[in-house]
Design a protein around this ligand. Structure first.
Ligand SMILES: [Fe+2]
Ligand SMILES: [Fe+2]
Length: 134
């Protein structure tokens, strides 16, 4: 089971956003572990909901922060978040339809884990170059 971990290349220069990224990574690892262990549908649905709603809250906070700091990748970040929400919604629909199949676990590992780590490193971390000290 591949696990992902927060690392310093993900630093955004904003402690609260870094903490949110750590939380997202931790819950994503928990979700994949729970799916692999064959946990019950209600528990998995709860983990998916928790991850999804926290992600949306995080996206909102990060978008405000990028806009406030005139970050050059602000609009690119918003577009990436929108795409992600579409993908996440498709995971949720697949789960509701078929449950935690091996196919869904592989999709979450490849599409969600890979997207999250590369998005944080390539886009969110750009904030570190434009954020003003509080
Ligand atoms: Fe982002
Ligand atoms: Fe982020």
């Amino acid at each position: 089971m591949p696990n992902i971990a927060w690392d310093p290349s993900m630093t955004t220069g904003v402690d609260s956003l870094d903490d949110q990224h750590r939380q997202l990574i931790s819950w994503l690892n928990d979700l994949l572990a729970a799916m692999s262990m064959g946990r019950g549908r209600a528990e998995l649905a709860g983990l998916l909901d928790q991850l999804g709603s926290y992600t949306v809250t995080h996206f909102g906070k990060e978008e405000v922060c990028m806009a406030k700091n005139n970050c050059p990748v602000a609009s690119q970040n918003v577009a990436a978040h929108k795409d992600f929400i579409v993908t996440f919604t498709s995971f949720r629909e697949e789960f509701d339809r078929d449950g935690a199949t091996a196919h869904l676990v592989v999709r979450i590992e490849t599409e969600l884990m890979r997207w999250l780590t590369s998005h944080i490193k390539r886009t969110d971390a750009q904030l570190a170059h434009c954020v003003r000290p509080a």
